[in-house]
Design a protein around this ligand. Structure first.
Ligand code: 5GP
Ligand code: MG
Ligand code: MG
Length: 191
């Protein structure tokens, strides 16, 4: 179901957006992920850490479907590169407030692309001695991987396209789109 009205509102004078996953597609998939997480962590209280800013919308919807006494925290990560790609290095820019030692941590990411951010994040977390670390990413682009990282709970595997909406940005815009779109403008990225 293509919501043309929704696209046109945000599309005036900017690159073409093509609907990839509707709000409904996302809702259905989130319920499945949340049910698996609820089963896997039965009896435990995981610490769900969202990676700012892209994972905020996904995390907000995901945690409301998880039936566990979980806690929420956030971490800031910054990668050197253009607005649309990472170019080899990622650093932590703001720390979670919770103590991490001994916790069952679920990292919530918007998308895993080259894997560079996630690898840096895993190394950072490992140095804080959690009991376990798993990753839940709404989107996974395995064809772009440059470092091997595992995604334990992946929403959708997508092809090598730049996507926006539902938390994902291009130059800080489009995060508030309720669905996920591909950005059909080859000039703005290095693909
Ligand atoms: P990675 O380190 O795996 O290459 O990607 C880290 C970050 O790059 C993601 O968390 C996301 O912020 C950004 N990124 C990668 N691919 C896309 C994409 O298709 N769209 C958007 N908006 N951001 C992306
Ligand atoms: Mg991210
Ligand atoms: Mg971004």
């Amino acid at each position: 179901m293509v919501d043309t009205k929704q696209t046109s509102v945000y599309n005036a004078g900017v690159p073409e957006l093509k609907l990839l996953y509707t709000r409904h597609d996302i809702e259905v998939r989130i319920k499945q992920l949340a049910s698996r997480i609820s089963d896997d962590y039965n009896g435990r209280s995981p610490l769900v850490i969202g990676v700012l800013k892209g994972a905020v919308i996904f995390l907000a919807d995901l945690v409301r479907e998880i039936e566990l006494p979980l806690e929420i925290d956030f971490i800031g990560m910054s990668s050197y590169g253009s607005d649309t790609t990472t170019c080899g290095q990622a650093v932590v820019t703001s720390n979670p407030t919770a103590a991490l030692d001994g916790r069952d941590i679920i990292i919530v990411e918007d998308i895993v692309d080259t894997g560079i951010c996630l690898k840096a994040l895993r190394e950072y977390l490992a140095s804080r001695h959690p009991a376990s670390v798993r990753v839940c990413a709404l989107l996974d682009k395995p064809s772009r991987r440059r470092v091997p990282v595992a995604v334990d709970y992946a929403g959708f595997e997508i092809p090598d396209k730049f996507v926006v909406g539902y938390g994902l940005d291009c130059a800080q815009r489009y995060r508030n789109l309720p669905a996920i779109y591909t950005l059909e403008d080859n000039d703005v990225r290095e693909y």
